[in-house]
Design a protein around this ligand. Structure first.
Ligand SMILES: Cc1ncc(COP(=O)(O)O)c(C=O)c1O
Length: 416
């Protein structure tokens, strides 16, 4: 099996660092996420479950644009809905009827939603959720999970990050995931000051195994927070529509007060949504939050087409089934080669790690070998399935994985 090289990508990266700080930033940046010689950094074509880099290398994509691609790149119905709207009107001085129609669809689909509010990025709506919680309760403190990510707004960043003030984090209390005792302690100490609790439906940090909620965890969280007069916010930005079309809380059987969505909502068109319960409608209206591009109508039309297609395909269950097939295949191949591969998180967006070296280096080396053969995996972050991945793709991916295990074994110091 041929391994890829990245001459054009490397040349572009050299140009990029001259004019863009860091060259390519965030998860798309090489450092500290992926070895620079094993990955492409630029692509100008994508279709279905595949993209092609600027050197013409073809990849089956298991990062799915880090979540937004859920039906496959360039999905015909979603793109047609976007284009039709874009040609009629997109940015405009007044709101589009599509905004109302999409809000109606979300209120219909999502049991927690009595209203919906729209923005562009995930952080817009996790931030809005916290502002609504503070406005509704008149309290300052937010409980969040250690290692949880909700975007780059200063209060959401980890201590020690550049450009962040101590004061930004003053009213955020971090506790471990699945730890009801820690939650009870914080409520006992700060009860009258606690506006709300924010967490993802299950814990999906980077560089670490993902953790599902323990039995009864969310139900107890809701009970404790509500008893304290505080609100429960679910950050469904990454998980939204890959676990359950009614919001991931439906999969785990609880009812939060606010849910933040983005990423998969419009199959790659820029959109986010905050939905909430009736009692928060007035506070959602009072909080001042808006943006120059938040009314662009093309994304609303794309989201309606995307969500209807996910409903038609039973997308969440389809992606879980594909993830099961992929992860079971990899675990079994790993065992054949003498490695132990651990799967964590939900199967529609699994996190995988070779455990034999006790850290993520072996996994990073193996993901690099897969990527150089056309299965685009990263080692620090969960992967994503989409409804565009096929049984054939998975079969081909498993062949690549097999070759990658052989290459890993042949490389220095990589014996299990
Ligand atoms: C769970 C979660 N919340 C919030 C965000 C922030 O979303 P955005 O990058 O669109 O602002 C992300 C982005 O990766 C995320 O994974």
């Amino acid at each position: 099996m041929k391994t890829y090289t990245y001459e054009n990508s490397t040349a572009l990266f050299k140009r990029a660092v001259k004019v863009i700080p860091c060259g390519v930033y965030g998860h798309f940046s090489p450092a500290p996420y992926v070895p620079v010689d094993a990955y492409p950094f630029f692509s100008d074509r994508a279709r279905g479950a595949r993209f092609w880099d600027v050197d013409g290398n073809e990849f089956i994509d298991y990062m799915c644009a880090y979540g937004p691609m859920v039906l496959g790149y360039k999905h015909p119905e979603v793109d047609a809905a976007f284009l039709k709207q874009h040609v009629e009107s997109d940015a405009n001085s007044v709101a589009s009827p599509r905004m109302v129609e999409l809000a109606e669809l979300l209120v219909d689909m999502i049991p927690t939603a009595d209203w919906a509010f729209f923005a562009r990025n995930g952080a817009d709506v996790t931030n809005m959720a916290v502002m609504v919680a503070r406005s509704a309760t008149g309290r300052k403190k937010i409980i969040a999970i250690k290692g949880g990510y909700h975007g780059t707004t200063p209060w959401m960043q980890a201590p020690g990050h550049h450009g962040i003030l101590e004061e930004d984090l003053q009213h955020v209390i971090r506790i471990p995931w699945n730890d009801i005792k820690a939650l009870e302690t914080v409520i006992a100490e700060h009860g009258p000051d606690i506006a709300g609790f924010i967490a993802t439906p299950y814990h999906h940090p980077v560089f670490a195994d993902n953790e599902l909620p323990a039995d009864g965890y969310w139900q107890k969280v809701v009970e404790l927070l509500h008893k304290n007069g505080s609100l429960v916010i679910v950050d469904d930005v990454r998980t939204g529509f890959r676990l359950h079309l009614g919001g991931s809380c439906e999969r785990y059987g609880f009812k939060p007060d606010l849910i933040a969505f983005s990423k998969a909502i419009a199959n790659g068109y820029a959109l986010s949504a905050l939905v909430g319960v009736e009692s928060l409608r007035v506070d959602a209206a009072k909080v001042f939050h808006t943006g120059s591009f938040w009314f662009c109508a093309g994304s609303f039309a794309a989201a309606m087409a995307c969500l209807k297609e996910l409903q038609r395909l039973d997308g969440a269950n389809l992606m879980q089934a594909l993830g099961k097939r992929l992860t079971e295949g990899i675990v079994s191949l790993a065992a054949n080669h003498g490695y132990t591969m651990k799967v964590s998180g939900e199967l529609s967006m699994p996190y995988m790690r070779i455990t034999d070296d006790g850290n993520v280096m072996l996994q990073q080396a193996w993901c690099s070998e897969c990527t150089k053969r056309g299965a685009f995996f990263t080692s620090h972050h969960n992967w994503f399935l989409s409804t565009a991945h096929t049984e054939e793709d998975i079969k081909h991916t498993l062949d690549i994985c097999d070759e990658a295990f052989k290459a890993l074994k042949n490389s220095d110091g990589a014996q299990p």
